[in-house]
Design a protein around this ligand. Structure first.
Ligand code: CA
Length: 223
């Protein structure tokens, strides 16, 4: 899950980036509102975590501009403790949720997962696909009921593909889900991780569509 994180406080920024990375998020951290707007224009993030008190462009203005453009990506705002007016203003400007500082990383990660779930039209916490179930909270994957161990990259690919079974994701789209800006990407990384992932899943579960990319087959494969 690729996340844009806008926060000018270096301590909070580093701590949250580190914690969410351990929770399986690919986090791109920007330090001011103008950088946040440039990153949003790239349209590669699925979730936005936005501090409201940001230099250069205020977080509320970033959010309001997003919604005016019709950008519907889920936004969780971070506000100062007891700043009721900020929370109200954030929600009214189009935020989907908020947390007040200081907050617990576990709660932040859980709220982000909930936003991602709702954005993908799911209410249930686990993703049930033919022969495969995925629990985004624990990142546990089961094939025909039996747990399988996936690496972080393998899990990220499966999560990206399972958000819309039947939709084809290109190699570039999958690369975007796997790597933040700072990560070096080897040229065949997606193929390598996909090939080991496919070996752990039922035959035909992830299909290659020649020249276009990969998809999860919406129907149970006939073995
Ligand atoms: Ca701030």
């Amino acid at each position: 899950m690729r996340l844009l994180f806008a926060e000018d406080d270096p301590m909070i920024g580093a701590g949250v980036r580190e914690g969410l990375a351990q929770d399986g998020f690919a986090v791109d951290w920007v330090r001011d509102g103008a950088a946040a707007e440039r990153a949003l224009a790239e349209n590669v993030h699925e979730l936005v975590l936005l501090d409201l008190g940001l230099p250069r462009v205020d977080g509320l203005d970033v959010l309001a501009a997003m919604r005016r453009r019709g950008d519907t990506r889920p936004v969780l705002v971070l506000t100062a403790r007891d700043a009721l007016a900020d929370r109200v203003a954030g929600l009214d400007a189009g935020a989907d949720d908020y947390l007040t500082k200081p907050f617990e990383l576990a709660e932040l990660a859980a709220r982000l997962r909930a936003l991602a779930r709702r954005a993908s039209g799911r209410a249930a916490p686990t993703i049930e696909l033919p022969g495969v179930s995925i629990d985004p909270a624990t990142r546990e994957v089961r094939v025909e009921g039996a747990p399988v161990a996936l690496s972080g990259r393998e899990y990220a690919l499966l999560e990206a593909l399972s958000a819309r079974p039947g939709a084809i994701l290109s190699r570039a789209q999958l690369e975007e889900r796997l790597y933040g800006w700072k990560d070096a990407v080897e040229s065949n990384a997606v193929e390598v991780h996909l090939s080991s992932l496919r070996r752990k899943l039922p035959e035909g579960f992830i299909r290659n569509v020649r020249g276009l990319g990969w998809m999860i087959s919406p129907r149970k494969a006939s073995a």
